[in-house]
Design a binder for this molecule. Structure first.
Ligand code: AHR
Length: 518
């Protein structure tokens, strides 16, 4: 702790001193060997009926004094639009396998109060239901990613929900949707068939789940001809490949009667259950430990990707990491089961490391959803009644916008090493990609909280003139944005002229930098 505090305290001096002593780390990108497209859906969000994620975080109601559009808060929508959220996963999570969609349609004052046993046992007013969610997704400009109830629902219930949402025909369900205010069919581009069916979603063996999957994948139909629907099966929790193998084997031997397009993976940076790592006021050991754990996402994606390759060498099925992020000890005093936590510069690095891993595996990882979007776990946004703040993680998502649907480019570099106790980490982590306009972008994280890193960026075939972008650094690794000081951790502009066709940058300790080199 002392070492970290001292190192951070002197970082302004360390920048100048270390630069004289060290050769820059050369990061070169081969523009002649483009890789896969980094699907924008790896920047997806997750909004569960959990704590203040939906109620207050998104929904305040049309009569609220908080500015809103049809009950959905305007400040949150504007912030999410600015990061071009590609899709939002809803209504859960564990909540999804106990959600009955009919409770959330029709006049709001006639909707039943139900319970939310997973998350604090609170009353679920069902005020925010299907139409409110679809309105929210449309206001944000995001695709709807719905999870159907496989755990406690029936195949008929899910089939009816999909017909209600998507049919353009005047069936009874289509007419009911019209009567509830939306005559046009909705688009449901992504559908999760259950959630964590190995755990809160029904404790099913892989074989049992595969039986359920075949039924739901058959009957939960999309009737909207204007919109394809990607069906995503429940996949693994962490390293066990039992679900991956069972689902992929079933898919390989499938009949004409059912199909899927994706399989999910859930993996949190947690440091051990129950979550006990502090969100603020932590030392270097905790910082390094959680970054180390985050980097294991690479081996998870590789392991499950290899199983998938054995059944699907053409990579038709996407791996969708639809729950990831830091799960920390809850904010002291917050209600039990609400999973509220602050969000620090360390979390910004955790986000960058995960996104870099997804981008490195862009050929297979074609979707991901950080948990969760507002007021829950590693959130983009925190609210306190009418106040709203953007977290360091939000800023990472904003800085990475140029990587949405960009083409991955191979990067090579000697990462160096950062050590903390017995934990050894690469000193830097980097990815590169070319956007639709032809610009080459780098995203580089300096993991070392005690030393700035000098890097030199080179692109094959281009004599660089300059680099422009942004960098996210903080006074301390546990620096956070608060309602009193919302601008403590915010990106700063970077603009550097090249010398000899290369750009040299000095990356602050524990920072994330995204620049275009041209
Ligand atoms: O994101 C919180 C919970 O974590 C989700 O409801 C569940 O799917 C996972 O275990």
């Amino acid at each position: 702790m002392l070492k970290l505090a001292m190192a951070l305290a002197v970082s302004a001096f360390a920048t100048a001193v270390s630069s004289a002593a060290e050769a820059p780390i050369a990061i070169s990108v081969d523009t002649g060997k483009p890789g896969a497209v980094i699907n924008r859906h790896i920047f997806g969000q997750f909004a569960e009926h959990l704590g203040r994620g939906i109620y207050e975080g998104i929904w305040v109601g049309p009569d609220s004094t908080i500015p809103n559009t049809r009950g959905i808060r305007n400040d949150v929508v504007a912030a999410l639009k600015a990061i071009k959220v590609p899709n939002v996963r809803w209504p859960g999570g564990c909540f999804a396998d106990e959600y009955h969609w009919r409770n959330g349609i029709g006049p709001r004052d006639a909707r039943p109060a139900t319970l939310n046993p997973n998350w604090g046992g609170v009353i679920e007013p069902n005020t925010f239901g299907t139409h409110e969610f679809m309105d929210f997704a449309q206001q944000v400009g995001a695709d709807a990613y719905l999870s159907i109830n496989v755990g406690s629902g029936t195949p008929a219930e899910s089939a009816d929900w999909l017909e209600y949402l998507t049919t353009p025909q005047p069936s009874a369900l289509g007419k009911e949707r019209g009567a509830n205010g939306h005559p046009e069919p909705y688009a449901v581009p992504m559908l999760g068939i259950g959630n964590e069916s190995w755990g809160c979603g029904g404790s099913m063996t892989p074989e049992h789940y595969v039986g359920q999957l075949k039924i739901s994948a058959r009957y939960a139909r999309n009737y909207n001809p204007a919109q394809k629907m990607m069906r995503i099966a429940v996949g693994p929790d962490g390293p066990s490949t039992a679900y991956t193998t069972a689902v992929m084997e079933a898919w390989k031997n499938k009949t004409w009667a059912w199909d899927i397009e994706g399989i999910s993976l859930h993996s949190y940076t947690v440091g051990g259950w129950p979550p006990s790592y502090k969100a603020t006021g932590f030392g270097e050991a905790e910082y390094a430990r959680l970054l180390d754990e985050t980097r294991r996402m690479e081996s998870l994606v590789t392991t499950h990707g290899a199983v998938m390759d054995s059944f699907d060498p053409q990579k038709k099925i996407a791996l969708v990491v639809d729950e990831w992020g830091a799960w920390l000890a809850p904010t002291p005093g917050s209600p039990e089961g609400f999973l509220e936590q602050q969000n620090s510069q360390r979390d910004a690095l955790i986000a960058a490391l995960n996104i870099n891993i997804f981008a490195r595996h862009a050929d297979r990882v074609r979707g991901a959803n950080i948990a969760q979007m507002v007021n829950v776990l590693q959130a983009m946004i925190l609210t306190d009644k009418e106040k709203m703040l953007l977290t360091p993680t939000y800023h990472v998502f904003k800085m990475y916008l140029p990587f949405q649907d960009a083409t991955a480019l191979p990067v090579s570099f000697q990462a160096g090493e950062y050590r903390s106790g017995d934990i050894k980490l690469p000193r830097i982590d980097a990815i590169a990609a070319r956007d639709a306009a032809g610009k080459v972008w780098f995203a580089i994280a300096n993991l070392d909280p005690g030393r700035p890193a000098e890097v030199s960026l080179g692109t094959s075939g281009i004599a660089a003139r300059e680099a422009r972008g942004e960098t996210l650094a903080a006074p301390k690794v546990d620096s956070v944005n608060t309602f009193a000081a919302p601008g403590t951790v915010v990106p700063k502009a970077v603009s550097v002229r090249a010398t000899g066709g290369k750009v040299k940058l000095r990356l602050a300790p524990a920072s994330v930098t995204v620049v275009a080199v041209q």
